[in-house]
Design a protein around this ligand. Structure first.
Ligand code: MIC
Ligand code: SF4
Length: 641
């Protein structure tokens, strides 16, 4: 029987476990990436392991999320990351060089390699055939230490692409269509592997947009074959020798198939406040737009911005619409500049921002009160833009630039003729010299820490009985942005858990932190898909610091579930979803932790009410990790024997 690409890569990297969907497998990790907002924790955790050098083929530390350097905290973090990288053999990408996923795709991602990154959009590298997954910082730290990465063996979905994109339809519309069909929960436990004749019609940047935003499906990852198109991309990036072909066997088997005819796609838009609230752009015609932002790791490539420049050329934006553009990397910016494509952007009245995440993570560029902001990003969660009542819509750059010019939503039939789809030039001038490559031996080098960098806390083991009240009841699709908001002020505290914990659930319920502090701990009750979105482990670390020992939910998102385990919080699943309605905030619970067995059903006593049955999808090892108080304690105990 032939193999698909996903199983080929997993097969070649499998250290433990069976390749049957749902069973735990351990994978050897070739590459890791971290970014500043999650990287300081990951690096502190790597240091805590006590090795002299990273054990991976390649580890890169990017600074792209918070580059504002407002006050000492943020630049101190950057200096820590730079000196730590040199000391331990990590490539360092300084602030302003670009967004981690764009840079990794251009410079380091390789077909057939495994990559984990402390950022949920790490699957971007699947655009060139890497098996690339988002993970919590601690999992990345352990991979840097040479430890395997454990996942549940995914089901592989073949996304059969036929036809070719026409008119104003773009790569972004492929992933928006998948989100429309499958929703933000539709990819849990799955890898989306693209196949069929339509694949050759998509360029690497278009493919990377699709794999990037596959994260919004809740998928383990998404992946494209590595073919002649991929080779062209590697040639353009000056690293053709790193290209290898990687395709599925002709008789490869898949667990499921979905078909998309590219020629039938039209410009689509995800409406507030979820990436799966997708409708055709034409349905919103007439809605005024106050801000447009083009950029983020989803759509900031040379092709995206060249199209933007071509459409803007010779035109002027209306005064009521602000257009913000963040190139994905200095490489992109240089390529645009060399073709005279920066001028049309500036002349139209667009604002050119630094090559970083910027408005995508609320680092400036917040919309006006109740403003409509159209963005080429991947997430439109409520409040993420920094303006609580803003209405954020997600679209392709093609759509974004047309709406910016019109100052309102318009039917694509009225946009005129679409420019020719952008192909990559034969070669592009490199920016590789901007990375700091580490010395062969960094042992004598000093790692410089600022006062905001607070050492890791030691967590105690799980008690035999958890007696606590439900300190917060929340609904479905709670994102890690709800649990721990981003933005400049809060993100500057990512290396200081006691300080950042003050903001846990602050935008959902301001009373939560004082309440749980007074009680000395508690339980959180949630609905479906709890913890979707970002990989930020602070959304588990913060609650743990505040004394949360268990969450009771209907279902969980993959990375957040792993983060809860890593920091010793019990992720319990309600056997009967109707019990969710019955349980009130402040209900007093009693959980006997010895009753919790892998996959077993246990009773939770509820004071003055009927018991609730809970189950879990934990492996024995995961349960032991939680009982030990978290993964670091577990690893230490194992090391002691
Ligand atoms: C995001 O897009 O939500 C982020 C900010 O990149 C996060 C990482 C973080 O919170 O630092 C992610 O996607 O994992
Ligand atoms: Fe950065 Fe936004 Fe991409 Fe997250 S989604 S990595 S914040 S650009």
């Amino acid at each position: 029987m032939g193999e698909n690409i996903t199983r080929k890569i997993i097969g070649a990297h499998r250290i433990s476990g069976e390749m049957t969907p749902g069973s735990e497998i351990g994978l050897r990790i070739d590459q890791t990436l971290t970014q500043d907002a999650t990287g300081t924790m990951a690096c502190l955790q790597f240091e805590a392991v006590g090795l002299d050098r990273v054990q991976t083929e390649l580890s890169v530390s990017y600074v792209d999320h918070n580059t504002l350097q407002m006050g000492f905290r943020n630049p101190d973090d950057h200096r820590y990351l730079r000196t730590m990288a040199a000391r331990y053999g990590i490539v360092f990408s300084p602030a302003g060089t670009g967004i981690c996923h764009q840079l990794h795709l251009e410079n380091f991602a390789r077909p057939g390699r495994t990559l984990i990154g402390s950022d949920s959009h790490t699957p971007t590298a699947g655009g060139v055939g890497s098996l690339a997954m988002g993970a919590g910082g601690l999992s990345v730290a352990l991979a840097m230490a040479g430890e395997p990465y454990f996942i549940s063996m995914p089901r592989v979905v073949r996304v059969l692409l036929t036809g070719r994109l026409t008119g104003w339809a773009a790569g972004k519309d492929v992933i928006l269509e998948l989100l429309r069909r499958l929703t933000v929960k539709g990819g849990v436990g799955k890898v989306f592997e693209f196949a069929g004749p339509g694949v050759a019609e998509l360029t690497v940047p278009e493919r990377a947009t699709i794999t990037n935003m596959g994260a919004e499906l809740g998928a383990t990852t998404s992946i494209f074959p590595s073919d002649e198109r991929t080779r062209e991309f590697f040639r353009c990036m000056g690293r053709e020798e790193e290209w290898t072909e990687l395709v599925a066997d002709p008789d490869a088997q898949y667990d499921e198939t979905i078909e998309i005819d590219l020629s039938r796609l039209e410009p689509l838009v995800a409406q507030p406040h979820m990436p799966d609230r997708v409708v055709p752009v034409r349905e919103l015609a007439g809605l005024p737009v106050s801000q447009v932002a083009i950029g983020s790791c989803t759509n900031s490539s040379y092709a995206d911005l060249k199209t933007t420049a071509q459409v803007l050329s010779g035109l002027r934006l209306p005064p009521e619409t602000d257009l913000l553009i963040s190139p994905g990397s200095k490489q992109v910016l240089k390529m645009l500049a060399s073709e005279g494509l920066v001028e049309p952007l500036l002349d139209a009245g667009a604002r050119l921002l630094e090559c970083s995440c910027g408005p995508c993570i609320g680092m400036g560029g917040s919309p006006v009160s109740s403003g409509v902001s159209v963005r080429t990003f991947n997430r439109n969660f409520e409040g993420r833009s920094g303006t609580k009542d803003a209405q954020v819509y997600l679209v392709s750059p093609q759509t974004a630039v047309n709406l910016a010019l019109a100052g309102q939503f318009m039917d694509p039939a009225e946009w005129g003729e679409a420019p020719k789809r952008v192909e990559l030039p034969e070669s592009a001038s490199s920016i590789r010299h901007l990375f700091h490559f580490p010395p062969a031996d960094g042992t004598g080098l000093e790692v410089v820490r600022g006062p905001n960098i607070v050492s890791l806390e030691r967590f105690d083991p799980l008690p035999e009985v958890v007696e606590a009240r439900i300190k917060l009841k929340v609904g479905d699709d709670i994102t890690t942005d709800h649990i721990l908001p981003a933005g400049a002020q809060i993100t500057a505290l990512r290396s200081n858990i006691p300080a950042i914990s003050e903001y846990i659930f602050s935008r959902v319920d301001e009373g939560f932190v004082p309440r749980i502090r007074e009680a000395g701990g508690g339980v959180i009750l949630g609905g479906e898909n709890y913890g979707q979105g970002s990989s930020r482990e602070h959304a588990a670390l913060g609650p743990r610091h505040l004394g949360v020992r268990a969450v009771l939910v209907k279902s969980l998102a993959r990375i957040h579930r792993a983060n809860l385990v890593n920091f010793g919080i019990l992720p319990l699943l309600l056997v009967r979803p109707e019990d969710y309605d019955r349980l009130e905030q402040e209900a007093q619970l009693r959980i006997r932790t010895e009753d919790i067995t892998p996959g077993g059903v246990a009773r939770v006593e509820v004071q003055g009410a009927q018991d609730v049955e809970v189950t879990n999808d934990l492996t024995e090892k995961e349960l032991n990790i939680i009982k030990a108080g978290g993964l670091l304690n577990y690893v230490r105990a194992m090391a002691r024997g």
